[in-house]
Unconditional design. Structure first.
Lengths: 148, 487
C-alpha cells in the first residue's frame, strides 16, 4: 500500500487570496474599539477602605463583611450606596452579591455567604453621596471548610 | 506519474459532506476561512480585554472565554464531531497571511519529526497553568495567547507545511489524541477511485494546468495521504484534501469512535502506532495529565502540597509542583504500565512480548479513559458557567461605551448546579473507562487469541485503578486558589 504521494513535481505555493484582505479592516476596527475601552472607568475617588470579615479566618458559609470607609483626612464617608460582589478566583463559578448597609457613619456591613473553599475576590462597587462611582477590591485567601 | 494503490475500506457511514446544509458549508471554498475569522475575532477580543480589561478573572473575557468556554466547547466538539477547533484555528489564518509576505523555504528537520517537543510543551503548559494559576490571571492568559501566535508564526514562516501543528502545537497534540475518539473521520469515499488517481492532489495540491508551479488548492500539510490515511491522528480537519480532490472522493464519514486505536495498519504520515514511542507517551501524558489537572482543583491537592512543602522544607510552590508532576506524569505511569506489561508478558509468554514493546502497544488504550476525564472536568466548568459569558460581555460593553449599553451585568447568570453536573461527569468517566477496556481487549485478542481475557486483565486492573482515582477526584470538594502568585 502506498503511504506517500508520488514524488517529484514543482514546489508548492499557496494561492489563497482576497477574503483576508477584506476582513482585516473589520478585525482592526474591532481591535481599535476594544482598545478604546482600555480607557476604562474614571479613576477612583480619594477614599480609604478598611475591612474585616467575621468569622476570621473565613469559612464556607455565612460571613459578615464590615467596611470602614474614610476620606484621606480620616473623616468617615457617609451616605455611600455600596454593593459587594464575591467572586471565586476561577471564572465561571457562582458569585455572591450583597448590598452593604451603613450601620454607623462611614461603617458599612454586608451579609454574604461563601459557597466554596478557596480564594475569593470581593469587589465593592457603588457611588458616594456626591454621585461619584467607587470601586475597591478585597482579596480573601483560603476560605476553609466550616468547623465540624 | 503512477496510479495510487490503496487498501483503505470504503466510507460506508454517514458522510458529513453529504448532509444537507452542513455539507454545502463544509465544501464551500471559504468555509475554513469563515471559521478562522470568527476565531480570530474572539482571540483579538480575548487579548485586548485580557490586557486592558479588569484584572479579575470572573469579569474578564480572557479568562472566562479561555478557561470556561473554549476548553469546554473544544472537548464537546471533539466528542460530537471531531477536531473542529483545529479547523478554525486562528493561528493558521495569521500564518497564512504572513506566508504571503515570507514563504517558508525549509523542511522541518528529520530528526525532530516526532511528538516529543510537542509533548514537552504540553506538559509545560499544564505545569505553568498550575504554578501561576493562569485561570485567575487575565493578562497572563492574554500573553499566553499572544506567545502562542508568535511561536506558531515564527516556526511556520521558516518551515514549510504544517510543522507547528504536527510537531509542536500543544493544543494540537491534545486534539489529535482526543480526536481518536471522535465519531467522524476524513477518509476516501471510494478507494477504487483513489486507485485510479494519477495526480494525488489531496496531498500535493491541485495545480493550474497552464502553470503547474502554482497550487490552486492546497493539499494536506500534515503529510496524510487520504488513500492510506487511518484514523484521526494528526488530522486537523482543515478540509484542504476535500477542496483539492478533483474527483470529489473525500468523505467525512461516521465511524465507531476509538476503533482506530486497535487498528494496527501502517498509517500515512505516522507509521505503525506500536512503533511510535512518542505517541504512546502522548497517550500517557493525555491521560495522567487529565487526572492531575482535575486533582489540582480539589481540596486534597492543597493538603498534599502543604505536606510536601513541609517535608521538602520549601516555601515556594515550584519545587513541590515539580515533584507532583514528575510523580504523576512519569513515575506513576512507569510503575503501573511497567507492572502491567511484565504481568501481561508472563501470561502471554513467547517471543515478541518485550516489556517496552508491550507498553508501546497498550498505552494507546488509555486514551478513551483520559478523554472521559477531560470531558468530565471541562464540561463541568462549561455547564456550570455557560451563561457567565453574558454578564462579562455586558460588563465589557459597558466599559467600552461608558454606560451599560447591554444592560446591567447579570452576574447571577451561571449555568447548571454543580450537583446536577456530577451524573454527567460520572457518565463521561464511565464511558471512557469502558472504551479503554474495549481497546485493551481488542489489542489482547490479536496478541493472544487463545487467552485474550487473561492477556487484557493486567491492563484492565490499571484502567480500573485510574477510573477509580478519577471518580474519587470528582467527588472531592472543589477548592480554587489563585488570588496572587504563590510566594
Amino acid at each position: 500500500m502506498r503511504v506517500a504521494p508520488p514524488r517529484g513535481g514543482p514546489r508548492l505555493t499557496d494561492g489563497r487570496s482576497a477574503p483576508l484582505r477584506r476582513t482585516l479592516p473589520i478585525l482592526l476596527a474591532t481591535a481599535a474599539a476594544l482598545a478604546a475601552a482600555a480607557c476604562g472607568p474614571a479613576p477612583a475617588p480619594d477614599v480609604v477602605f478598611e475591612w474585616r470579615l467575621a468569622p476570621s479566618p473565613p469559612v464556607v458559609g455565612d460571613a459578615l463583611l464590615t467596611l470602614h470607609v474614610q476620606d484621606r483626612s480620616g473623616q468617615p464617608v457617609q451616605g455611600a450606596a455600596l454593593r459587594v460582589e464575591g467572586h471565586m478566583s476561577h471564572p465561571g463559578m457562582a458569585p455572591v452579591v450583597a448590598q452593604a448597609a451603613e450601620r454607623q457613619p462611614g461603617v458599612y456591613e454586608a451579609s454574604m455567604a461563601f459557597t466554596m473553599r478557596g480564594d475569593w475576590i470581593l469587589l465593592v462597587t457603588g457611588t458616594l453621596s456626591s454621585g461619584e462611582p467607587i470601586e475597591h477590591r478585597i482579596d480573601v485567601r483560603g476560605v476553609q471548610p466550616p468547623a465540624e | 506519474m503512477t496510479a495510487v494503490s490503496t487498501t483503505a475500506p470504503s466510507a460506508t457511514g454517514r458522510d458529513l459532506l453529504r448532509t444537507p446544509g452542513v455539507g454545502a458549508f463544509l465544501k464551500w471554498r471559504h468555509a475554513r476561512l469563515t471559521l478562522q475569522i470568527v476565531a480570530l475575532a474572539v482571540a483579538v477580543a480575548v487579548v485586548l480585554h485580557g490586557l486592558l480589561g479588569p484584572p479579575i478573572a470572573p469579569r474578564n473575557l480572557a479568562t472566562v472565554v479561555t478557561w470556561v468556554h473554549y476548553r469546554g466547547l473544544l472537548v464537546i466538539a471533539l466528542l460530537a464531531i471531531g477536531n473542529l477547533f483545529c479547523t478554525g484555528c486562528p493561528f493558521v489564518l495569521v500564518r497564512d497571511a504572513a506566508r504571503r509576505a515570507h514563504a517558508p523555504a525549509r523542511r522541518w528537520p528529520r530528526a525532530l519529526r516526532t511528538k516529543w517537543i510537542g509533548l514537552a510543551l504540553l506538559a509545560a503548559v499544564l505545569f505553568v497553568y498550575e504554578l501561576y494559576d493562569l485561570w485567575s490571571l487575565p493578562a497572563a492568559t492574554a500573553w499566553l495567547l499572544l506567545g502562542y501566535f508568535g511561536v506558531a508564526l515564527a516556526i511556520d514562516v521558516v518551515f514549510r507545511g504544517a510543522s507547528f501543528c504536527k510537531y509542536l502545537c500543544p493544543i494540537g497534540q491534545f486534539n489529535f489524541a482526543a480526536s481518536t475518539l471522535s465519531p467522524f473521520e476524513v477518509t476516501a469515499r471510494d478507494p477504487a477511485v483513489c486507485g485510479t488517481c494519477r495526480t494525488a492532489d489531496c496531498i500535493r495540491g491541485r495545480r493550474a494546468p497552464e502553470a503547474p508551479a502554482t497550487v490552486l488548492r492546497r493539499g494536506c500539510e500534515l503529510d496524510l495521504f487520504v488513500p492510506a490515511k487511518v484514523g484521526n491522528l494528526d488530522c486537523t480537519l482543515c478540509l484542504d484534501c476535500v477542496q483539492a480532490c478533483p474527483h470529489d472522493n473525500v468523505a467525512i464519514a461516521a465511524r465507531v469512535p476509538g476503533a482506530e486505536l486497535a487498528d494496527d495498519r501502517r498509517r500515512s504520515g505516522i507509521g505503525r502506532l506500536a512503533a511510535r514511542p512518542d505517541i504512546a507517551a502522548l497517550a500517557v501524558l493525555f491521560t495522567f495529565g487529565a487526572l492531575l489537572n482535575a486533582f489540582a482543583m480539589v481540596s486534597p491537592a492543597y493538603v498534599l502540597e502543604a505536606w510536601l512543602a513541609r517535608a521538602m522544607g520549601v516555601t515556594s510552590e515550584g519545587p513541590v509542583l515539580l515533584v507532583i508532576f514528575a510523580s504523576v506524569l512519569v513515575a506513576l505511569p512507569a510503575a503501573l504500565l511497567g507492572t502491567a506489561a511484565v504481568v501481561s508478558r508472563c501470561i502471554i509468554g513467547g517471543p515478541g512480548t518485550a516489556v517496552r514493546a508491550t507498553i508501546l502497544r497498550y498505552a494507546i488504550a488509555l486514551l478513551p479513559l483520559g478523554f472521559g476525564l477531560w470531558l468530565a472536568h471541562y464540561s463541568f466548568h462549561l455547564l456550570t458557567g455557560v451563561l457567565t459569558i453574558v454578564p462579562v460581555a455586558q460588563s465589557a460593553a459597558a466599559d467600552l461605551a461608558g454606560w451599560p449599553i447591554l444592560g446591567e451585568p447579570l452576574w447571577r447568570w451561571l449555568g447548571m448546579r454543580p450537583g446536577a453536573v456530577f451524573p454527567i461527569q460520572f457518565g463521561f468517566v464511565l464511558m471512557g473507562a469502558l472504551g479503554s477496556f474495549a481497546t485493551a481487549y481488542a489489542l489482547a485478542e490479536r496478541d493472544a487469541p487463545e487467552r485474550p481475557a487473561a492477556a487484557a486483565a493486567p491492563w484492565g486492573v490499571v484502567l480500573a485503578l485510574l477510573a477509580a482515582a478519577a471518580i474519587w477526584v470528582l467527588t472531592q470538594p472543589m477548592e480554587m486558589r489563585g488570588v496572587e502568585l504563590p510566594g
